[in-house]
Design a protein around this ligand. Structure first.
Ligand code: SF4
Length: 253
């Protein structure tokens, strides 16, 4: 794909995509990881919660109540107890019930399939209007389930974009969402891979506390690397692994 860069930051964003697409296994769009309703509610549950605890909360919720109608009708305290492995169950339980109440009231069923036919902006606005649903969650549902050209920016994507210099060092996550989307092609496959590869990179190499820059293929143009180690030397670049090594562990979900 040929690209015209509007700025040095946009060039870094594209280079990040190209290099991480070689470093990590590329993904395809044909197999959403979970249903739209599950993606939406699971992302609410995932806020500042590990993936294992989020899955446990989701499974316990459906084991306890059976289906979305019963989750909606349940005493809120009982729902909070079922999802107690999440960070803030007392906040999330009423939120989930309000989201379910709105979906049922507006659509007559607990399903989001109609979003496939809606324009992207309309779908984003509709999801964003739900309690506790921000740009990240709305983007995850629209990209993963409906292949819409949007970009979820989680804490890992945000941190790497700041360190590399794709966005300003103090740009907020919402600002990152807007800037990165302007810099990247409106291609759902590119956006999916950009999101997932930077998410993996943040979990496995560009750690919050101590990034493992020796293994990182982005060091040649990363502001953080330049500030801490100076310009990447030919030796350092040559010593950088070409691909993720499965001996280092499995990649996140
Ligand atoms: S070079 Fe270091 S700081 Fe920069 S993206 Fe890679 S791991 Fe993160």
């Amino acid at each position: 794909m040929s690209i015209t860069y509007n700025s040095p930051a946009a060039e870094k964003t594209w280079q990040d995509h190209v290099l991480l697409n070689q470093f990590y296994p590329p993904l395809t769009l044909d197999n959403p990881r979970r249903s739209p309703m599950r993606e939406l509610i699971s992302t609410v549950l995932s806020h500042r919660t590990t993936h294992a605890d989020e899955e446990l909360a989701y499974d316990r919720m459906l084991e306890a109540f059976g289906d979305w109608a019963r989750v909606l009708a349940a005493p809120t305290a009982a729902l909070a107890h079922a999802i107690r492995t999440t960070r803030w169950p007392d906040t999330q339980a009423p939120r989930i019930q309000e989201i379910l109440r709105r979906i049922q009231a507006e659509r007559g069923e607990f399903a989001l399939d109609f979003l496939a036919d809606w324009p992207t902006e309309k779908g984003m606005a509709w999801l964003n209007d739900m309690p506790g649903i921000g740009l990240k969650t709305a983007s995850l549902v629209l990209l993963f389930n409906f292949q819409k050209p949007v970009l979820p920016v989680d804490t890992h994507v945000h941190r790497i974009a700041q360190r590399v210099g794709m966005i300003g060092p103090k740009a907020s996550a919402d600002k990152a969402h807007q800037v990165l989307l302007e810099q990247l092609p409106k291609d759902p496959l590119v956006l999916l891979n950009f999101h997932k590869h930077n998410y993996w990179h943040g979990q496995k190499i560009c750690f919050f506390a101590k990034p493992d820059c020796a293994r990182c293929p982005l060091k040649g143009f990363c502001n953080y690397y330049l500030e801490h180690y100076g310009p990447a030397t030919p030796e350092a670049l040559a010593a950088t692994p070409a691909h993720w090594d499965t001996a280092w562990g499995t990649l996140p979900h």
